[in-house]
Design a binder for this molecule. Structure first.
Ligand SMILES: [Zn+2]
Length: 495
């Protein structure tokens, strides 16, 4: 056996132990109203406690009403994840006291969820992985607390905002089928992508509309006894999930190496420390005392409804990726990058429909356009250039009207301030000079003016040619067809 050290690194620990990881995702649904009342579900930016009513304030004597759209969105999600939809399901009360949930219980689903037994396919480290989906069920979100002062020290006061209380929340429980932090990250990337594609969630990890908890345990490689699992919370980016899991593998591995036991507990990820800290041990685990929600009828999801939702499912990310490869000859890599965000894939198809060659459209989108969107914070669709403008610019390059460097310079300018690419090329005389007679004349002049470079090139210094090419480009204000210039210079100097 390898020497067990208290300071083993992540790779050393992964050599001895296999991580067993399962993820739980909470995703807010993009409905207009809350789960059980008519209050607006748009809680971000509203004045505190303005989107509330007796139902979501948990006042006595009120009755909840099920949001039909939220049920349909949950069915849509479950179908996209290949789940079965039982005809009968029900809501339950999950009892606990939190100051951000005034009813003293959360309406959720316990033993009869809306769906079960699905899966999600992903690729991590070049290997295909299928992760089971235990269930997708529907519940309601809690309110939010704000603390004045440091809650870990002595909070001076805390205030509650119940605008978020009662917002429809979907819980997606994954099977513990993931075996590395990288797989966990890919699972989340894929799941978020699917939810955004099917229009049920905005995928915003920072604002918490897409949140993840992770369960992780280690087992000795070659053995099949499962270790004690620890739950990790408070991760609000894909990177945080990966880092928290890596931290936890090292922490648990070192404890096991020393012969210590892992305590079953909930730990929180603290980004600033790059560490998880203990929040709640098993002795303090909640007994939620679930019981059927008496104020709501059981759900009866007919096969008609399920089939109607299935028929309305949009094209899923992996289907779109395969279609772009098949119809436009994109590589698997290009198709994956283009389909990462639905908007980019829509733009790509619009560019191709407007006459841009597929490979060129993909290159522009993944390269300079992606960079400009990132730097300016403005997507192509909202930029001055727009999708039609980019298509026009690509056509100018493909037709040989402008060269690559000119097109890139135009892209920068048009992205920021807008305009018609073809008109701008005409106005400024930016059209590429590929007229051989004109280029030959300029080549002669440049050769006459640069005897040293000519001598160097003829003496075997290949790089000297670039000085001459540079001279021609300068004389044409960057508009010359660089390939033609190279060819003309070589021909002329070979004489
Ligand atoms: Zn309400």
């Amino acid at each position: 056996m390898a020497t067990a050290s208290a300071v083993s690194t992540l790779p050393e620990i992964l050599g001895r132990y296999e991580p067993v990881i399962g993820l739980e995702v909470h995703a807010q649904l993009l409905t207009d109203s809350k789960m059980f009342c008519a209050c607006s579900a748009a809680y971000i930016g509203s004045p505190p406690n303005s989107n509330t009513c007796p139902v979501c304030l948990g006042l006595p004597g009120v009755l909840p009403v099920i949001n039909r759209r939220a049920v349909e969105y949950t069915v849509r999600t479950a179908l996209a994840l290949h789940c079965e939809i039982p005809e009968h399901s029900k809501f339950d009360r999950k009892n606990y006291f939190y100051p951000d949930l005034p009813k003293g219980y959360q309406i959720s689903q316990w033993d009869m969820p809306m769906s079960r037994d699905g899966h999600l396919d992903l690729v991590a480290g070049g290997a295909a992985v299928r992760c089971g989906i235990t269930r997708v069920h529907l519940e309601e979100d809690t309110g939010t607390l704000q603390h004045a002062g440091d809650i870990l020290q002595q909070a001076r006061s805390s205030v509650v905002d119940l605008n978020r209380a009662g917002v429809p929340l979907m819980e997606i429980v994954g099977e513990p089928d993931l075996r590395s932090p990288e797989q966990a990250r890919e699972y989340l990337v894929r799941l978020r992508q699917i939810l955004v594609y099917i229009g049920v969630n905005d995928g915003n990890l920072e604002q918490g509309s897409f949140r993840c908890d992770a369960n992780i345990s280690l087992r000795r490689r070659g053995g099949d006894a499962l270790g004690t699992k620890v739950e990790i919370k408070n991760m609000n980016s894909f990177r945080a999930v990966q880092r928290a899991l890596e931290f936890e593998i090292v922490r648990q591995g070192r404890l096991l190496d020393r012969g210590e036991t892992i305590e079953q507990e909930t730990r929180g990820w603290v980004e600033a420390k790059g560490a998880t800290i203990s929040q709640r041990s098993k002795e303090h685990a909640h007994d939620y005392r679930y019981f059927p929600e008496p104020d709501l009828p059981p759900l009866h999801l007919t096969s008609d409804l399920v089939e109607r939702v299935r028929a309305g499912l949009p094209e899923l990310p992996h289907q779109l990726q395969e279609r772009l490869q098949r119809e436009h000859g994109l590589s698997a890599y290009d198709a994956a990058v283009i389909t990462a965000e639905r908007e980019d894939a829509t733009t790509f198809e619009a560019l191709v429909a407007a006459g841009a060659p597929a490979k060129a459209a993909a290159n522009w989108l993944m390269g300079d356009v992606a960079r400009l969107a990132r730097e300016s914070g403005t997507s192509l669709g909202r930029s001055g250039l727009g999708v039609a403008g980019l298509a026009a610019l690509i056509r100018l390059v493909e037709a040989g009207t402008v060269n690559g460097p000119t097109a890139k310079a135009l892209l920068e300018e048009l992205y920021a301030s807008g305009g018609d690419p073809a008109a701008l090329v005409g106005e400024r005389g930016l059209a590429q000079v590929s007229d051989t007679a004109e280029l030959e004349r300029i080549v002669e002049t440049v050769i006459a003016e640069n005897p040293a470079a000519v001598a160097d090139f003829r003496g075997g210094k290949e790089q000297a040619l670039q000085r001459l090419v540079g001279g021609v480009m300068k004389a044409t204000r960057g508009r010359a067809d660089a390939r033609a210039v190279n060819r003309l210079l070589r021909d002329r100097l070979a004489r």
